[in-house]
Design a protein around this ligand. Structure first.
Ligand code: CTP
Ligand code: ZN
Length: 153
């Protein structure tokens, strides 16, 4: 069955498409969707995509994404597409993209890092590689990969 038939269209809001299969729950956490959230949300997991095999998809009604949110999604779903829906039409479409520096987005795993010291120093990583993911802490130089990335929520 075609994915279009399984998941209904939305009127206004954001569709995050081509999410790496299995990552929708993390995308929901990044979006702050959970208990106490009243947004209408449609989630599809492991649906067929002609581009990437299986994919996940998240549709949120009446919601726009902040730039910080898009960066966080790029960390866990590097091939995701964001579609802004206005009156049932795709008004805008863009691919998520990881910037070359991430400030206040990822927690440094080094307990002794200045960014974990209780001082008000935001985490600061430079992106050494996007695929596979490799982030370097600007302060303590620790290297973080995709499996150990700890996103600040
Ligand atoms: N979509 C939706 N509600 C709408 C319009 C579109 O939920 N009112 C969804 C579609 O189901 C699709 C995504 O938004 O998952 C992008 O729509 P569209 O650009 O029409 O689809 P494709 O051309 O297949 O997109 P792409 O080329 O990015 O794969
Ligand atoms: Zn550090």
């Amino acid at each position: 069955m075609n994915e279009e038939l399984k998941v209904s269209k939305i009127k206004n809001g954001t569709v995050i498409d081509h999410i790496t299969a299995g990552m929708a729950p993390i995308v929901l956490r990044i979006l702050g969707i959970g208990k106490g959230c009243s947004d209408t949300v449609i989630v599809a997991m492991n649906v067929k995509s002609h581009q990437i095999g299986l994919k996940d998809m998240v549709k949120v009604e009446n919601r726009a994404l902040a730039q910080e949110t898009v960066k966080k999604i790029a960390l866990v779903a590097p091939h995701a597409t964001v579609n802004i829906i206005k009156d049932y039409k795709v008004a805008q479409k863009f691919k998520v993209e990881l910037p070359s520096e991430l400030i206040g987005v990822v927690r440094c795993p080094n307990r002794n890092c200045i960014t974990n010291s209780g001082e008000r120093v935001s985490s600061y990583f430079t992106v050494e590689s996007k695929d596979p993911l490799a982030l370097r802490c600007h302060y303590c130089e620790v290297l973080v990969d995709g499996a150990s990335v700890d996103i600040l929520l």
